[in-house]
Structure formats: C-alpha cells, structure tokens
Design a protein around this ligand. Structure first.
Ligand code: ARG
Length: 274
C-alpha cells in the first residue's frame, strides 16, 4: 500500500473524477489508515511504498503491475498522468530483488487492476485501460493461460471493479459490466458466483480485499453481506469515500504480493498485501 500524502483528484481520467470536488486530505488519511489496520487485523502483512508528490494516483497500488512470484510486470498505463508512476513502481520492486519484466512499449495493461487469477488462469479485462492484445504477451511472460473479458461500462473501467475472487470456487461478479462473450467466459469459469446487480456494482462492492476468510469491502449491501456470511466469510466494511472520488475502492488501494500464477492449484492467498 502507498500512503495518501499526495492523493487528490488533480485530473479527470474516469467518470468518477471531478476536479471541482474537493478531497478531504485528513479524512482520506483516516480512511486509508483504517483500511491498513483492518487488513492487518485480518492477518495480512502490509508493505509500504513511499508516497511521491505529483503522482496522486500512486495510492492505487493495484495498478502498479502484475506480481507472479518474484517477477514483477510493470503496468503500461493508458493515461500520461499515470505513466509517471511506473519509474517509482519499478524501483520499489527492483530494490526488493524482483525480476522486472516490462511489456513492450505501445502495449496498454494496468496490472492487477485489470488481471486477477482464478481457477488456474489469469482473467484479464480490456477496453478502457488495457488492450486485448496485451493478454497474449502476459500469457507468454507468466506461462499462464489468460481469459479475456471485455469491459463495456465506462464507470466500471477496471476488471477489479467487476470481479472479486473469494476462494477456489466462489467470486463476486458484476456481469452488467461485461460483454456477452465475457459473461460466458466467466459463467464457465466460476462455479459459484455472487452476482451483483447494477446498483451493487456501482457502489464498488466487488472492489474488495480477501484476506483468508475475511472480506474487506468499501460498502456492503445487506443481500451481499448475507450471502457472504452464509458462505462462511466475515465481512468488514471499510468506507473509503475520499478514494471513490478518484474512482477507486479498497482493493485498488492494495496490490497482493503473495501471488504465484500458474496451473492449478493456484496460489491466490491474500494474506500479504502491499
Ligand atoms: N484514479 C485512478 C485511475 O483512474 C483510479 C484507479 C483505480 N484502480 C483500480 N484498480 N480500479 O486510474
């Protein structure tokens, strides 16, 4: 995670961002601290990336890149404002001994925000921020099969706003954000989906962090909470309203470091995020 010292809505690159809407810096700090403490209380170890002035969205570490064991594939951002983050992301991972494998220039892919492992494959979103063409490249870098899902609702512009793997069989899904083929891909991949309606998806329910059996959510409508509890999960709501002003929820504020991609059994334990 990266503390929000320099966070703000300083430009508009998604439908949620409006420069005219002020971010309350103190409240953002409180919400971020509460999220960090909640993840730690659930059993996660949180590693810190130092904040940097002039790159307000660096707090959304999910977009730094893709982690596969000790390999880091840095994002190729769509917007020039976010491309400034990459040098900081690469130096963080390089300093910790990760092998940094860049995607070719001219590709677009926004890291774990648009790619989540499930069922032995990597599910990757495309259209608003990542290109479908990047998926074959990701597959050759990681050696894992990539399933492509087209995102059709600009308000849900990253895959992690529409899909939250919970365990080997279950996931929170928002099919209204996917095209018909994407819906079919996900139907065949997820044996037990918790299907969000439009409203539930738009309050970023799917942008949750799973640590063991704890689901840390930016918001949780009663129906969704009841199903998660029936399945044996503990739900903890961590309001992150200041970050929603920039189009991000809880999960966007984290990047899982304990991810090893590969054929099943897939390692997607979320007990170390950073
Ligand atoms: N303001 C950021 C952007 O538009 C928010 C990123 C949200 N991250 C995510 N993984 N969904 O890029």
């Amino acid at each position: 995670m990266c503390p929000p010292n320099f966070f703000g809505v300083l430009y508009e690159i998604n439908p949620w961002m409006h420069r005219a809407v002020a971010v309350d810096g103190e409240l953002a700090r409180e919400q971020w601290e509460h999220l960090r403490q909640t993840l730690e209380a659930a059993g996660a170890t949180v590693e810190m990336q130092p904040p940097v002035a002039g790159v307000p969205d660096l707090v959304f570490t999910a977009n730094a890149g893709l982690v596969d064991g000790r390999t880091f594939v840095p994002s190729r951002f769509t917007h020039p404002q976010r491309r400034l983050e990459t040098v900081h992301d690469i130096s963080w991972f390089a300093a910790r001994g990760y092998t940094v494998v860049p995607l070719p220039e001219g590709t677009r892919h926004e890291g774990a925000g648009d790619a989540l492992p499930f069922g032995g494959v990597l599910v990757s979103g495309y259209r608003w921020r990542s290109d479908a063409a990047s998926h074959a490249l990701l597959s050759s870098v990681t050696g894992v099969a990539v399933r492509s899902v087209e995102l059709v609702d600009e308000r849900l512009y990253h895959l992690d706003l529409t899909f939250c793997p919970l365990d080997a069989r279950r996931a929170i899904v928002a099919p209204s954000a996917w095209d018909r083929y994407g819906c079919r891909v996900m139907e065949s991949l997820v044996p037990e989906p918790l299907v969000l309606d439009d409203h539930e998806a738009l309050v970023f329910c799917a942008n949750s962090v799973v640590v063991g059996t704890t689901v840390v959510m930016p918001t949780c409508p009663p129906r969704v909470g009841a199903q998660l509890e029936r399945w044996g999960f503990d739900v903890v709501v961590c309001p992150v309203g200041e970050f929603v002003k920039a189009g991000g929820g809880c999960r966007c504020l984290t990047l899982a470091l304990d991810v090893v991609l590969g054929p099943s059994p897939i390692a997607v334990q979320r007990d170390a995020v950073g």
